[in-house]
Design a protein around this ligand. Structure first.
Ligand code: ADP
Length: 545
């Protein structure tokens, strides 16, 4: 017997329709590439998304055609989120920090038909446009009077000129909720990037889940600043959850330095922010020496790579800002786990709570996870045993766009996505990432977590950033060393830092050496690029080897 409830498809257009009707006057503030601050409302966003949808229809684009963006976080980019996907096309958000060769490669791989870009990326577009024959329209996300002359790009349009004549009346098409809505390529640190192709259903379900109190807890009372870029897994889904909840949105545009972010937070009374640890490092690096405080910021989601406990403490103890540690992947839309305490843990002493809060957290309903050993058997949830982390759920990838199906089948015939992460899970369901499987250090048959080694170094007051890698060792196979960037003006010696490890981890896990470097190479999404660091350390020999 079937249920007798309305069978409405879960479509992204329903989010923007809801936003317009129920919190149409909610504010969306953007720092523009032009440098000024732009303000409008969800009502304006909905109206202009419909104009964009009409403009896309006018180009004769088919359903499923890919429309690409090379853009910062801002209102025009958000219009693309709804206008492109809502009208049945697929939004392809390109990471501008990728190498131009890779950008040309993914445009061709995705067979993008339209590319809309912020003027910051004009040189990039000039470098790739001749190699991208599938694109039939190039659009600069700017006012008409800002359109560059002699750009060398044929028929370049300004976005405003393009959508201005289009009607703002549009009936969003209804279609199967499993229709593709957007795509995002992984950063491809090894080999060519691979794309996750999201659907309307996966996106809407993820938007619901992200808004839950123990997940990102977004509400109409928040003013949210996503520092995480809209080209990186849809800014962790925040634009969709924002439309669903009606929170005020504050977009930082291209100004991602500590000062600009801080000033925007204060000016717009931001209560909530989200980003990768390296961004928050810059923010703390700006406000601490300047003796500044946050007057409205209450919570921040930190994820994308392990958040050092020292950062959680700094936010909490020095600024009264709650840190929510999150874990996810491009292949997971991206949210998998988020760390919030359970009721019974509220009575724990602060130190015990901190041990929990530095974990990557509990699975969100919609994500099932397990850890397995080399033989594929599930391992116990005891907080100590580590294994390969596998996940499944309605917003987890099944197969890559034009690519392989990486799923591992279980005895019941259910497919699990192998995350490539090594993790423990404790009896309360809190997952902790030990490492990416390719970064884990194998010493004398035991594993050493590079994240643990980095976190200890990061707790030293003179250390700005630390990256731990394994170096070949004739007896132990590999031994850890830690590459360290000192804070400006701070001093610490190799010996002092090695001494700092004493008592904080097992003796055999203490790194064999400290190498001071000017910078740790970062990848396109702000994560440490250990492959590049290892290349830089080529020729390095462990002491005594
Ligand atoms: P890419 O694969 O392009 O670098 P993703 O954002 O998809 O970008 O990266 C996902 C990976 O990032 C995870 O598999 C995990 O290794 C790492 N990661 C994400 N969040 C965390 C976290 N909170 N702690 C540790 N590692 C994390």
């Amino acid at each position: 017997m079937l249920g007798q409830m309305q069978n409405q498809q879960l479509l992204i257009s329903s989010l923007i329709e809801f936003a317009e009707r129920h919190h149409g006057d909610g504010e969306i503030v953007s720092r523009r590439v032009e440098g000024d601050i732009h303000r409008y409302t969800y009502r304006d966003l909905a109206r202009r998304s419909r104009q964009l949808a009409n403009a896309l229809d006018g180009l004769g684009l088919e359903r499923g055609d890919r429309v690409a963006s090379l853009a910062w976080n801002g209102y025009r980019h958000m219009e693309m989120y709804f206008g492109v996907s809502g009208s049945g096309r697929v939004l392809h958000t390109i990471n501008p920090r990728l190498h131009p060769e890779q950008i040309a490669w993914i445009i061709n791989h995705a067979e993008d038909r339209v590319l809309c870009f912020d003027l910051t990326f004009l040189p990039l577009v000039q470098a790739v446009h001749a190699k991208c024959p599938t694109i039939k329209k190039w659009v600069a996300l700017c006012d008409a009077d800002r359109l560059p002359q002699d750009s060398g790009i044929p028929d370049l349009f300004s976005y405003e000129d393009w959508i201005a004549p289009a009607s703002d009346e549009y009936i969003w098409p209804q279609f199967d909720e499993n229709t593709a809505s957007s795509m995002c390529y992984t950063s491809g640190t090894t080999g060519n990037p691979k794309a996750a192709l999201y659907s309307h259903r996966s996106t809407v379900l993820h938007a619901y889940a992200a808004a839950l109190p123990d997940v990102m807890s977004l509400s109409a009372r928040d003013a949210v600043l996503p520092v995480v870029p809209m080209f990186h897994v849809n800014a962790w889904g925040i634009p969709y959850s924002a439309a669903l909840t009606g929170c005020k949105l504050v977009y930082p545009g291209p100004a991602m330095d500590g000062k600009s972010i801080y000033e925007l937070m204060e000016a717009e009374h931001v209560t909530y922010a989200a980003g990768v640890p390296t961004v928050w490092q810059m923010l703390l690096g700006y406000i601490k020496p300047a003796g500044l405080k946050f007057s409205t910021l209450k919570r921040t989601v930190i994820g994308g790579s392990a958040c050092p406990p020292a950062m959680i403490r700094a936010f909490q103890d020095d600024y009264g800002v709650e840190v929510l540690h999150a874990w996810g992947m491009t292949e997971m839309s991206p949210l998998g786990t988020l760390c919030t305490l359970k009721n019974k843990q509220l009575e724990l002493p602060e130190d015990e709570q901190m041990k929990v809060l530095q974990k990557q957290g509990r699975a969100i309903f919609g994500v099932d996870m397990k850890i397995v050993g080399d033989d594929g058997r599930e391992l116990p949830w005891d907080g100590r045993t580590y294994g390969d982390l596998l996940v499944r759920g309605p917003w987890v990838l099944e197969s890559y766009y034009k690519g392989a199906n990486p799923l591992v089948m279980d005895e019941q015939g259910r497919g699990w996505f192998p995350t490539g992460d090594v993790a423990t899970i404790d009896a309360d369901g809190f997952m902790q990432i030990t490492d990416r499987s390719k970064d884990v250090i194998k010493s004398g048959g035991e594993w050493i977590s590079s994240i643990d080694i980095e976190n200890i170094a990061m707790a030293h007051p003179a250390v700005a950033m630390a990256a731990c890698v394994g170096m070949p060792h004739p007896k132990w196979d590999e031994r850890p060393i830690v590459a360290v960037v000192k804070k400006p003006g701070a001093e610490v010696t190799r010996e002092e830092l090695l001494e700092f490890y004493q008592g904080k981890t097992a003796k055999w896990q203490i790194p064999d050496d400290v190498v001071f470097v000017d910078a740790i190479p970062l990848g396109a999404t702000g994560k440490m690029l250990k492959t590049r660091l290892r290349e830089q350390l080529a020729g390095y020999k462990l002491p005594g080897v």
